[in-house]
Design a protein around this ligand. Structure first.
Ligand code: ZN
Length: 187
């Protein structure tokens, strides 16, 4: 018990120090939406209706099949449903976790944000920064698989007091992606 407290204390100090270094991502203050599990910021040039459609028309209804009375016809509701699905797939039910989701206007924008936040080049269409509890994703790749992969990273990294090895987190996130892909094939 005492040991756990010490670990948590140092963990928090380390996180705060890292956050201070990486807090300013120069992300434009564009459109903002809120849901139970996400604070969503999107670049002003992003068309939220198109974004919702690229996520998968009908996905909301498929995910909310056990939630009568809730319509999956808007982005925040569908994102929360996606979150719940992923938490259930991982068997890591973090009901109170809320993370930031920042949607870049295109791949080039995402790359430029990565240079600021990570200080390196990225080839992926999305990434998650634990210290900032933020998912960054390009609007050009706003699919449930790509987004789901990063949501899995957010859940995995908050579920354990000590972070699992990067390879393990990658395997689990890949598994979530695979499960979400199967969902598309269902009638
Ligand atoms: Zn990953």
């Amino acid at each position: 018990m005492h040991f756990t407290r010490i670990v948590v204390f140092f963990f928090c100090v380390w996180s705060a120090a890292s956050l201070a270094a990486a807090a300013d991502d120069s992300f434009p203050t564009g459109q903002k939406l809120e849901s139970a599990h996400f604070l969503i910021y999107s670049d002003p040039q992003v068309d939220l209706t198109a974004l919702f459609q690229s996520l998968d028309v009908g996905l909301g209804e498929a995910l909310l099949v056990n939630e009568p009375g809730i319509k999956g016809d808007n982005l925040p509701v569908v994102l929360d449903a996606l979150y719940s699905r992923i938490a259930a797939t991982l068997d890591m039910n973090l009901y109170s976790l809320r993370c930031m989701l920042k949607i870049c206007r295109n791949d080039a924008h995402l790359k430029s944000v990565a240079r600021v936040v990570l200080d390196r080049e990225v080839e992926a269409p999305s990434f998650y920064v634990y210290e900032m509890n933020t998912i960054y994703i390009s609007a050009e790749h706003f699919t449930k698989e790509v987004l789901g992969h990063e949501i899995a990273h957010a859940i995995i990294s908050h579920y354990f007091v000590v972070q699992p090895p990067a390879k393990v987190a990658e395997i689990l996130s890949g598994y979530v992606e695979y499960e979400l892909r199967k969902l598309s094939r269902q009638p």
